[in-house]
Design a protein around this ligand. Sequence first.
Ligand SMILES: NC(=O)c1ccc[n+]([C@@H]2O[C@H](COP(=O)([O-])OP(=O)(O)OC[C@H]3O[C@@H](n4cnc5c(N)ncnc54)[C@H](OP(=O)(O)O)[C@@H]3O)[C@@H](O)[C@H]2O)c1
Length: 268
Amino acid sequence: MKTLVIGAGNMGLTYAEGMAQSAMLNRRNLMVFDKSADVIARLRDLDHFDVYESLEECLPQADMVFVAVKPFHCDELFEEMKSMVNKDQIFVSLMAGVTIEKIQNGLGIKKVVRSMPNLPAQVGKGVTSYTESKEVSRVELLMVRNLLDTTGESIHVKNENFIDASTGISGSGPAYVFYFMNSMLEAARKMGFSKNDSKVLVSQTFEGAVELFNQNDLSPDTWMDRVASKGGTTRAALDSMDDNNVKELIKDAAYAAFDRAVELGEEK
Ligand SMILES: NC(=O)c1ccc[n+]([C@@H]2O[C@H](COP(=O)([O-])OP(=O)(O)OC[C@H]3O[C@@H](n4cnc5c(N)ncnc54)[C@H](OP(=O)(O)O)[C@@H]3O)[C@@H](O)[C@H]2O)c1
């Protein structure tokens, strides 16, 4: 399978590196195209995969094409690609809010996998949700999944509504975690801890809690009960959050991202 990644920014480069480091593709089968001369020069120095500066040289020979440009660049890109694509190629989109139908119409092809990645893919801890057009076969979908998994884990979802929903949970989610971390860092600094100690206190707390959560099937509620005793310090903090409706506010935030993803998909 010859694979091409279009757009070597945060996401495209992360996936290209993930695939390059995996046993899934050998070097000869991984191509990267970007329109920026600086990016091309930097990638050629890295020498992790074949880098192209013209679509004519790489697109026609690709079996699978990952599209990782910003959504507002896709119309211009599709126009440029249209005369060079063929119906057997599989297009895997990483673009938020760009529907399968828009990709099919924009390129005049049928085989599309739409995915929603997230930023921890950069450290091999990403989660990607994906769904496909009916023209993609089971075997082709399995190949796509194997490539997506080179940056972490993936989940197959039954339709595009779940892609928009996962934007609200995992796509935008890392920013919610950073928001929470930021609040705790600010509190630690206010209590008098140094910048470095605050960072250790907060990052170890997050990492440790996630590790505990992943160890077994206990729910977050059960873990909260294990930390909090009646009349104790943690209960005081949790009561304060409940009194301020923090749980509902976080759910509202996830829905705001979900709704915005749907809205972006509806914009033509
Ligand atoms: N970052 C995230 O956390 C995240 C999460 C989920 C989904 N996504 C999706 O991932 C996609 C990429 O996001 P990103 O953050 O990686 O963007 P990015 O860092 O801006 O990378 C996009 C790259 O594509 C290049 N490019 C633009 N138009 C091109 C064209 N016509 N042909 C070839 N290359 C072109 C850009 O060059 P210029 O800079 O010169 O324009 C840039 O190098 C987006 O559609 C986004 O919705 C991102």
